[in-house]
Write a protein that binds this ligand. Structure first.
Ligand SMILES: [Zn+2]
Length: 273
């Protein structure tokens, strides 16, 4: 009886110990698995990170600002009859863009400015008149730029600090010295200015939605920066029509979509420093 009791006790002890060991083992296994999984994730993400960094470092050649490539979609000269559909497409794909707008005091124009702001797009000053003759005189250019700022701020409350020069900062419509004088005045007034890295060439005779997409892809692949500033016009039907495929191209290439701000990456054809 005594022996039997001892055996039962011993077996109970064994079962108890085995149970505890089993529990510990399970714990250990899951810990190991957790560690392994964590390490695997770390390794994979580090590897990916390193690869991405290397790619950017190799391709950008100069500055390494971020691992992810960024695309800034920009539309000049609007608003126009096509701007509403451009905004619809941006909303559908949930990506932002920047509109460098000219003067428009119509109810439709003001409505589109307000919609851009409500939808979270950025607005930049592209001068009121877009008239190249204003470059000949710094004061004339600044008057036209301020007129657009007054017009925009009175209708929307927005004082934008980003701008794009009509025809770009390297326009050949005036001398380089005169253009530098204009740029100096614009910068002094507190603006950051932006040219582009990819040109849709949607203004060219014979342009189609296919040529627009092709030009953007060509310029982007030929460029070695880790960002792209894409020039389009929301006054051109082809860019409006090509926009879904343009967005899909950059999505497929892994770009992050951003809108321009004074602190953004920039491309300046003409600099004053
Ligand atoms: Zn323009």
């Amino acid at each position: 009886m005594k022996v039997r009791l001892l055996v039962v006790l011993f077996c109970g002890l064994l079962v108890g110990t085995a149970g505890a060991e089993e529990a510990k083992e399970t714990q250990r296994t899951s810990d190991t698995q957790a560690t392994t999984v964590t390490q695997a994730v770390c390794l994979t993400s580090e590897t990916q990170l390193t690869t991405a960094t290397k790619t950017v470092a190799l391709t950008s050649g100069t500055q390494l600002t971020s691992v992810t490539k960024t695309v800034y979609l920009t539309f000049d000269d609007g608003p126009s009859e096509y701007t509403g559909r451009v905004l619809d497409t941006l909303k559908k794909y949930n990506v932002p863009a920047t509109f460098f707008v000219c003067g428009n005091k119509s109810a439709e124009g003001i409505g589109l400015f307000k919609r851009m702001i409500a939808q979270g797009e950025a607005i930049g000053n592209h001068s009121f008149s877009h008239n190249a003759k204003n470059y000949k005189n710094v004061d004339d250019f600044m008057k036209d730029l301020n007129k657009q700022d007054d017009s925009l701020s009175s209708s929307t409350g927005l004082h934008t600090r980003i701008m794009r020069f009509p025809y770009g900062s390297n326009t050949t419509q005036v001398s380089q010295a005169q253009m530098r004088a204009v740029i100096t005045a614009v910068v002094k007034a507190g603006y950051s200015y932006f040219d582009w890295t990819a040109d849709a060439q949607d203004w060219k005779p014979g342009a189609t939605k296919e040529t627009v997409l092709k030009n953007i892809i060509h310029d982007t692949k030929a460029d070695n920066r880790n960002f792209a500033i894409v020039l389009m016009h929301d006054t051109k039907k082809h860019s409006m029509e090509a926009l879904p495929s343009i967005i899909e191209f950059f999505q497929k290439e892994g770009y992050r979509f951003e809108k321009l701000s004074p602190q953004s990456d920039t491309r300046r054809f003409t600099t004053i420093n």
